[in-house]
Every structure is written in structure tokens, then in C-alpha cells.
Design a protein around this ligand. Structure first.
Ligand SMILES: [Mg+2]
Length: 176
């Protein structure tokens, strides 16, 4: 799962843990994943760390808050993997790079062919496709124009495109 624009609204370099909120439908959908024995792993680009906009400590507190908000739904994110770098640093972990996904696969003995990626941007889909994951694109309404532009520019097609996180979960759980 991507974080900003997927599990949470994209709040642009969120630096205030108290402003952490779940995107619509995420609590119920993550409970469904848990009921179906899926691990929920979040892989997120957090260049705000590298840009000095917030500390890793603040980011960890945001992730803690996210899981607190999921508790009433009997859901949680099992692990967070983050890239703290800016694009200029040309690391291998920033999505669409796959280094963080590969680390998660090793840490959690994840079976890629039966796993799925859910994200709001093309960089998410591209990373998922490099790994052979089933990819679900859920663009935020505010970014739909940008995402359509990226789609036509890059020639990348997700396996499924939906308009809500709940629909993304259904697409993953009922895929053929
Ligand atoms: Mg995102």
C-alpha cells in the first residue's frame, strides 16, 4: 500500500501527527484484508525527511497515529517502509524503485504473485509492475488529471483502476 493519497489523504509533507487521518473506506478495507490473511505493508516516499521539512521521529509518530485510527476497525498496517531521500539523491528506494519492496519481501516472506499493490500514482504502479504484483490504481479525485497525463505519457497500465479504496480491496480479494 502507498501511504499519501491512498491510506491517508495526500496532505503534502504532513508534519503534524495530530492531523493524521484515514482516507475514506480504508479502515473497513484493511479489516477485510486481515480477515483474508493478507499482510498490510505500507511503502512510502517521504522526501520531506530529506528536505528537512520534518524529522523521522515525526514521521514515525504519524505512522503510530495511523495505526491508532485503524484500531477501532480491528485493522492495522503491519509494517511501514519509507524512503527519506529527495529525487536528487537518486537512491534505489524511492518509488518507482523497488528496494523497499524487496526488503519487505525478505523480512516478511511475502509471496509476490499472490500479493497486490494499491496506490494513487503511476510511480506506485510502476514499482508494482517491476515486481510482478497485481496493481490497483486509485487516483485521488484532485489528482486525476495529472494521473491521466502520466498514464498517457508513460504508457503504463495498472491491472485495475478504481475510484475508491473499498473498490480496490474488492478488486484484490476477488481477482480471477
Ligand atoms: Mg501517493
Amino acid at each position: 500500500m502507498d501511504r499519501d493519497g491512498t491510506l491517508m489523504p495526500d496532505l503534502h509533507y504532513l508534519a503534524d501527527p495530530d492531523a493524521t487521518e484515514l482516507a475514506s473506506g480504508v479502515g473497513d478495507a484493511l479489516r477485510l484484508f486481515r480477515q483474508h490473511d493478507y499482510l498490510v505493508i505500507c511503502v512510502t516516499n517521504q522526501s520531506g525527511v530529506g528536505r528537512g521539512l520534518f524529522t523521522e521521529e515525526t514521521m514515525h509518530r504519524i505512522h503510530q497515529r495511523l495505526n491508532e485510527k485503524l484500531r477501532p476497525y480491528h485493522a492495522s498496517v503491519d509494517a511501514f517502509y519509507y524512503c527519506p531521500h529527495t529525487p536528487e539523491q537518486q537512491c534505489e528506494c524511492r518509488k518507482p524503485g523497488t528496494a523497499l519492496f524487496r526488503r519487505a519481501v525478505e523480512d516478511w516472506a511475502i509471496d509476490l504473485p499472490t500479493s497486490a499493490l494499491v496506490g494513487d500514482r503511476l510511480a506506485d504502479v510502476e514499482a508494482g509492475q517491476r515486481l510482478g504484483l497485481f496493481t490497483v490504481l486509485v487516483p485521488e479525485v484532485a489528482h486525476e488529471g495529472l494521473v491521466n497525463q502520466e498514464l498517457s505519457d508513460r504508457g503504463i497500465r495498472p491491472d485495475v483502476r478504481v475510484s475508491s479504496f473499498g473498490a480496490a480491496a474488492a478488486a484484490v480479494l476477488h481477482r480471477g
